[in-house]
Each structure stands twice: as structure tokens, then as C-alpha cells.
Design a protein around this ligand. Structure first.
Ligand SMILES: Cc1cc2nc3c(=O)[nH]c(=O)nc-3n(C[C@H](O)[C@H](O)[C@H](O)COP(=O)(O)OP(=O)(O)OC[C@H]3O[C@@H](n4cnc5c(N)ncnc54)[C@H](O)[C@@H]3O)c2cc1C
Length: 378
């Protein structure tokens, strides 16, 4: 039966105004105005920037203080994230550890794992990749073939992951692995391992994308020994654990702000006298942006309340990715005469990354299937 979705209006608390000002002041100091900001959150990393952000308490903001976290709310975290992305800050090094690995360890990890990994993550010193996709296995994650068999004191891991963002610079990859042979229940028998990317039996090979950057990789595991204390949660429960990360992964402002810098440069470029076509375009893009932002803040409110808004998150990702992917092309068609090099460079960089916006983190088709199921239509 059809079930509707509700996005309750959530007001950002008054204390987030001062926090927003603080982040802006920090960014004005930390970022070089002559350097081109990222027009895709996925492309810029800086160890110094991540460490400076950690020093301000803006990584692991919602985690308990006992692990180095800030004990703050999801809405406060939202404001910091939004400002970082809107400014095009180089956040990529710590991004996954902050958004996904930390919350997952807090939920399923052992006390020892939390004590070991969370404090260095909050300091911006420890970085994680996500190891889900495999050659021939992206959308249909249940068919992964990377597997591990039990040995004395741990597991022996073999197989390969692909499209692993940041594996060439990160410390660990949180890897979904088959620990029991496939059975009738396709989702049973998988486990999550923390694998050291610097292990001598792990090989990381860069893959170039359209822009020529190699920010994702294929990662090979050849008889990698994974000690028992690097297994996250219950062996066999990996599927359920991975699924619980999805609301964090899919609803944030990074799912609609990837091309925001193009809009900023465009508005600077057309200045105070946009022609009617440019005015209409800016109005249309801002209207969509404001709507997406409101929906995304609403989901941050649900996460704050301990809910698991998977369908709402999938909807935001689908709408947001469609928006951020279309934006550079719409702007290209309404370019003023004689655009500056800064405008062109920002647009070019974004156009080369835009095809990935609707793939990474789950494709459009997969999201739409999930939304249909969540609405009771499948
Ligand atoms: C920039 C970028 C970064 C990434 N980073 C990571 C990462 O860090 N870690 C990681 O694990 N993965 C990562 N990925 C991989 C990403 O999650 C996969 O590309 C994605 O899940 C799709 O899988 P696939 O590429 O194997 O395509 P496929 O699953 O082979 O899909 C091919 C096409 O078929 C469609 N399709 C597939 N199944 C169905 C279906 N049942 N119904 C309708 N249509 C269907 C898909 O929508 C798609 O259009 C990244 C990808 C990109 C582009």
C-alpha cells in the first residue's frame, strides 16, 4: 500500500548562528583566496586542513567526548558541513572516517576499537576508505566474492575491491567480505573487516577518471591476515551493518552541493546585471537548492532523534544528484560573453566530475527502486 513520506520542517537552533560565523572566520583564514576552490567535494584533500579542522573540534562533532568527539548535535554538524562544502574546502581526507566509519564503530565496534580509532579520527590524523564495490559487483552488493576463511587468531582475506576512493592515501579500508559461502539468504554470511591499507599483502592501484585524476583505486588482497580484533560487529552480520550506514551516506549536503562552486562563480561573473535568461536560471537553481537544503536538514533532525530515514535519504540523494549533475550544463548554456579563466576552470573541472555524481554512493536506478519500496509501491 502507498505510504507517503514526511519531511518535517526543522529549525536550526539559535546557537548554530554563532557556530556558522566561527566556521566562516576559520575558512577565511585557512583557505588561500587565490587557489581555486573545489567544485566537487570529492577532489580536494589536505592533511594540514584536516588536522586544523580536527583541532577546532569539527571532526566527530556528534561523538562522545570520551573518544575525542564533540558531544554536539547533528544539526550543529550539519552547519559545519554545509559551510565547508559551500566554500569548496579540501575535506576529502577525513570525510569518510567522519561521516561513516566513526558512527559505524560507535554502533557496532568494540570498546577497544572505539578507543583505538575514534580519537585519531577526530584529530584529523586517521583516514578510512569504503570497500564495498568489486569488479562486476556494484549495485548488487550481495554478490561480492572477496572472502575470508578463519585461521588461528583471525581471518585470511583474498579478493579485490574496486572504485575505492582515497585508498592510495588513507590508512584503512572498512571492507565487506564473505565469511560464509553464499546460501539461499543472499544477505547472510558477510562480515565487515578493518584492513590496514599498508599491509604488505595489500596492493593499491590507482584508476584515472575523466579529469585525469586518480582518486579512486582497485585494491587487491592476497592472503591478508586480519586479526579477530579488526572484525567490526558480529561475523555474519555485515549486510545489516552496511545498510545502517546508508542514511548517513545519502542525505547530507554533499549530495547536492558538489557543483555549488560553479553557481557561486557564475553569480560573481554575471554581477549586478544578469540578463533575463541568466536571472531566470539563477532563480530556478536557488529555488531547487533551498528545497533540497530544507529536506536535508529535516533528515538531519530525524537522525538526531535516532530514526533511520533510509527512504527519505535515498530521495534526497536522487533529487540532489540530479540537480548537481544538471547545474554545470545549465550554466554552460547561459554563459556571459568573455568568461574569466576562473569561471571556465571551475566549470571545466565540475563538468569532468559530474558524470560520477549519480553513480557514487548508489546509482539513480537503485535509489529509485529503494524509494518505490519505501513508498510501498514494490
Ligand atoms: C567517483 C566514484 C567514487 C566511488 N567510490 C567508491 C568507494 O569509495 N567505495 C566503493 O565501494 N565503491 C565506490 N564507488 C562505486 C559505486 O558505488 C558503484 O559504481 C555503484 O554502486 C554502481 O555499481 P557499478 O559501477 O558496478 O555499476 P552496475 O551495478 O554494474 O550498474 C550499471 C548500470 O546498471 C544499472 N542497474 C544495476 N542494477 C540495476 C537494477 N537492479 N535495476 C535497474 N538498474 C540497475 C545501474 O543503475 C547502472 O546504471 C564509487 C563510484 C564512483 C563513480
Amino acid at each position: 500500500m502507498f505510504q507517503g513520506l514526511t519531511f518535517e520542517a526543522v529549525e536550526l537552533p539559535a546557537n548554530t548562528r554563532a557556530l556558522r560565523d566561527e566556521v566562516r572566520a576559520f575558512l577565511a583564514e585557512a583557505m588561500d583566496p587565490d587557489e581555486l576552490p573545489n567544485s566537487d567535494f570529492n577532489t580536494g584533500d589536505s592533511l594540514a586542513f584536516s588536522a586544523a579542522l580536527g583541532g577546532r573540534g569539527w571532526i566527530g562533532m556528534t561523538w562522545p567526548e570520551v573518544y575525542g568527539g564533540g558531544g554536539r548535535s547533528f544539526l550543529e554538524r550539519y552547519v559545519v558541513t554545509e559551510e565547508l562544502l559551500a566554500a569548496g574546502a579540501p575535506v576529502w581526507a577525513h570525510w569518510i572516517a567522519d561521516r561513516q566509519t566513526g558512527p559505524l564503530l560507535l554502533k557496532f565496534g568494540t570498546e577497544e576499537q572505539c578507543q583505538r580509532f575514534l580519537p585519531p579520527i577526530t584529530r584529523g590524523e586517521c583516514f578510512f576508505s569504503i570497500g564495498l564495490s568489486e569488479p562486476n559487483t556494484g549495485s548488487d552488493l550481495a554478490s561480492i566474492r572477496t572472502s575470508a576463511k578463519p585461521v588461528s587468531g583471525g581471518w585470511l582475506l583474498n579478493g579485490s575491491k574496486i572504485w575505492t576512493s582515497g585508498a592510495h592515501m588513507n590508512h584503512y579500508v572498512l571492507t565487506l567480505v564473505r565469511t560464509e559461502p553464499p546460501s539461499e539468504n543472499r544477505h547472510a554470511g558477510m562480515s565487515q573487516f578493518i584492513v590496514d591499507l599498508h599491509d604488505k599483502n595489500v596492493t593499491v592501484k590507482g584508476i584515472r577518471n575523466l579529469s585525469g585524476d586518480a582518486d579512486f583505486n582497485q585494491v587487491f588482497f592476497d592472503d591478508v591476515f586480519v586479526p579477530d580484533d579488526m572484525v567490526v560487529g558480529e561475523p555474519g552480520n555485515g549486510w545489516q551493518q552496511v545498510m545502517s550506514e546508508l542514511s548517513y551516506e545519502r542525505s547530507g549536503p554533499e549530495r547536492f552541493l558538489s557543483s555549488f562552486r560553479v553557481l557561486v562563480e557564475y553569480m560573481r561573473e554575471v554581477g549586478d546585471s544578469p540578463d533575463p535568461g541568466q536571472q531566470a536560471l539563477i532563480g530556478k537553481l536557488i529555488a531547487q537548492l533551498v528545497t533540497l537544503r530544507r529536506m536535508s536538514i529535516s533528515v538531519a533532525g530525524m537522525l538526531s532523534d535516532g530514526k533511520l530515514p533510509d527512504t527519505e535519504a535515498a530521495l534526497i540523494k536522487d533529487l540532489g544528484n540530479t540537480f548537481e549533475r544538471a547545474l554545470p550544463e545549465m550554466i554552460r548554456l547561459q554563459m556571459p560573453d568573455g568568461p574569466s579563466m576562473r569561471m571556465l576552470d571551475t566549470l571545466n573541472q565540475c563538468m569532468l566530475h559530474a558524470p560520477s555524481f549519480t553513480l557514487r554512493g548508489g546509482t539513480r536506478e537503485i535509489l529509485r527502486g529503494m524509494i518505490a519500496r519505501g513508498l510501498g509501491l514494490r
